[in-house]
Design a protein around this ligand. Sequence first.
Ligand code: PHE
Length: 332
Amino acid sequence: MNNEIDKIKEEIKVFNPKTLYDLKKFKNKFLSKKKGIIKFLFCKLKKIDINKKKILGKEINYLKKEVKKKILENNNLLIENKLENKQNLNFDFTEPGEKLENGSLHPISIIIDRIIDILENIGFNTYENSNEIEDDWHNFTALNIPINHPSREMHDTFFLRKNPDILLRTHTSSMQIRYMKNNKPPFKILSIGKVYRNETISHNSNYIFHQAEGFYINKQVSFLDLKEVIFFIINSLLKRNIKIRFRSSYFPFTEPSAEVDIYHNNKWIEIMGCGMIDPIVLKNVGINENKYSGYAFGLGIERLASIIYNIKDIRIYLDNDIRFLEQFKSEF
Ligand code: PHE
């Protein structure tokens, strides 16, 4: 039996598995509970006389340890194999992929992105810090709409608190005040956001809509600069030569003031108000009205989007109807 044990010792010593299969075979050969060599040797031991039993028993236990050591030494084969299996499971590159549905941007977001693109290209900076909750001074008074001024009635305001008045802004012109009081001219600013009016809801007007407010202050800014920029914006957005008209109008914060209409589906549609910023407003925000002048315009985004996409009812923008929104996928 001694001879046999020496042979096995040698076999264990030189064993050098290349694959996990080799290792498993080795483990089975020695440690299998039914047919393993170790088990076989222990069985043989039973018939041997007691004195030799002790010595040989130790030897067989030593063999068992060596086999286990060998298996541990080659454990990396096992780990590598596990990784390989895992990769095989997770990444079968030949399998056709699962189709993912693309989302879409809201049409108002699409138009806002386009306006930002167009205006940033001609030197406007976007002022992101937009307040939807305003106080009276920023929304009205500083814009030359003092208390009891009849033009306040044009703004159907949602008041959050009275005395002092806190409200949901009725237009983005309040952003002119917020920016101008904290910055020195010259500047060319674009501010876009939601505005709120307590109006009767119809296909043509809603209580929430979006405006894009642009304003430019420098020395010697003229009405011609304003007309030029408005023609440029409308032509860039509509990508064709559409009929545009300036209609004389009134806003307390611009002088002169105009309304801009565009001709669509055989009628004139009003899409923005504009004008030269009234010197009183410049004075209210601490800008020298003798040195500087400027223009401002406020564009209604829903109206414009309705013209671009031929939409008949303005309420649909707030409906969150997936069938409507899905149609803008190709624009994404
Ligand atoms: N704030 C005006 C409105 O909401 C639009 C406007 C903006 C007019 C800037 C003149 C200058 O109707």
